[in-house]
Design a protein around this ligand. Sequence first.
Ligand SMILES: Nc1ncnc2c1ncn2[C@@H]1O[C@H](COP(=O)(O)OP(=O)(O)O)[C@@H](O)[C@H]1O
Ligand SMILES: [Mg+2]
Length: 248
Amino acid sequence: MTSADDKASLSVQGVTVRFGGNIALDDVTLAANPGCVTGLIGPNGAGKTTLFNVITGLLAPNAGIVTMNDRDMTKLGPTRRARLGLARTFQRLELFSLLSVRENIRVAADIRKGWSRDKDNPAEAVEKIIDRIGLRDVADARVDSLPTGQCRLVELGRCLATKPQVLLLDEPASGQDETETAQFAVLLRELAAEGMAVVLVEHDVRLVMDVCHTVNVLDFGRIIAVGTPEQIQQDPAVLAAYLGSTAP
Ligand SMILES: Nc1ncnc2c1ncn2[C@@H]1O[C@H](COP(=O)(O)OP(=O)(O)O)[C@@H](O)[C@H]1O
Ligand SMILES: [Mg+2]
């Protein structure tokens, strides 16, 4: 293990997932440190969402372990992991479509209230989050009336209501316009600066290179490169597998 891994909030070691005869993840190892945005990029079908499913406990791996703050979570269910400080957004949005922005976030704040020991007031926490994600103007709107870009912010808001230590974001900028993505980048940096470990799956290469401290590249279920954005953008294997065709 490197010294960086020693302080990792989240550590994935040797994770393998098979669907029938197909290998979706092949001995994947990845670390996410507090205070950092860690990128996970790669072509469609590379296994990014599958890895998030393993980390959150929605899918049991065929091999490998997932730890958070050195605690082995591999056998824990999704709710237990959430209580330990893990939150995620979904590539295919999973909001309560008939509820408002405020109500969607409130559901998560109330669930947290049920398990946390602090005296936080859920209603007040929700209002702070609404301002933080910039959705004050649409706080009372039903989420099924909102464009995708804003729905992704509601999903982020719902994560924040659980006060996570580790935040997994699955293509959060898809559906956002350029202004929204620029604001989103500022927010991601702030969340990391507050000590969160953020893992960002995203096809917007400019956003990834802009906010990530470390980038992991997944291709056909294998990590083919790990490095700084500068290293990744010059890596021949990465250029061949992914960036060569999608770089801006
Ligand atoms: N539940 C599943 N059953 C069978 N195959 C799956 C399932 N989920 C994902 N896969 C396959 O696993 C591979 C990785 O998919 P996925 O994790 O969604 O990739 P990515 O998020 O990088 O686009 C793909 O080949 C996909 O078809
Ligand atoms: Mg995916």
